[in-house]
Design a protein around this ligand. Sequence first.
Ligand SMILES: Cc1ncc(COP(=O)(O)O)c(C=O)c1O
Length: 373
Amino acid sequence: MGVLFSSPQVEFEIIRDKWLEGVAELGRKGVFVGGTSVTSFESKFAQYIGTGQAIGVGNGTDALYLTLKGLGIGPGDEVITAANTFIATVEAIHHTGAMPVLVDCEPDTYLLNVEQAKAAVTTRTKAIIPVHLYGQMVDLSELTVWAEKRNIAIVEDSAQAAGARMNGQMAGSIGTAGCFSYYPDKNLGALGDGGGITTSSNSLASVIKKLRNHGGEVRYQHEIPGFNSRLDPMQAIALELKLAYLDSWSAKRREAASMYEHHLHGIGGIVLPKHRNDESHVFHLYIVRVESEVRDKLRKQLQKKGILTAVHYPKPVHRTAAFSYLPYDEGTFQNAEKYAEEIISLPMNISVTEEQIGQIAQEIQAVLGKVQV
Ligand SMILES: Cc1ncc(COP(=O)(O)O)c(C=O)c1O
């Protein structure tokens, strides 16, 4: 058997005919940058997330970078985020000229430790970026109030959590801004690169709209030095079509997670993810942990059986060559460092079946059973 790790090709087949029609229409009109397909998706996404504004940009990394720039963050400032995030979160901070300040993650949920983030705040802190990692939301109910009092922006890195909601609030609607990646295998994925920012601040939205388009919303009116980072209309068409399916796809992912819980329950030597039983986790990824000595052996065995797995991510940010300049020695973030050696991402997508999950569990049991004897 072969089990897909993610399934953007399955999602493509679902929207294929309508997407091709939309692209043909673009071709007839000759509108290949901007246009109503982009504004239409932006307004639908804003409505879905529950913010006044959604701004399409080139990718999720730019979404974070342009948001920080839009907030006026630069040299001399500090921005706090999690040591175990995808590198893009920290790249975005770095390129503004601000100093990335890292904190450790919680055990078992792998989410940013909110108390450590608060403790890391200095007079230079301008923003905290909680990362809704693997599709699970950081509980921001208290942090947003705390940060507002101190004039610190909360930028939700929602790249992995499109469609997640906690206490009726969507990921990307709680902080000052939400940043999304529409990379093809994300929960709301385009057919190429894409990204978006959600915010209810009209002033922030207005600056970001200028930054993404050479410093002005109107052609040749360059009010500030800007960039070129726009959401492609062909991607916007795909995203608007997929948005209609997003809640049902999130439900499928949650069902797959319950099946994993059922089938993996009781197998010795494996740690399952901890989560609330609500819609605050949309399982972009399904992460389990095993002893570091068996992790790579287990992955190899699964691969032999056609079961693809991954590691998100093999190194915490401060252990990468790119960010070795940060003042954190090995051992600084003990959870992030330990888990990087132990985590495995199992197949998770909208088409994985109970039969496949049962087989994956059997293979895992076979390997871990042998190791433990
Ligand atoms: C947590 C996180 N932040 C940011 C990004 C950056 O998004 P993109 O790849 O679209 O630039 C990603 C995407 O992989 C991500 O997972």
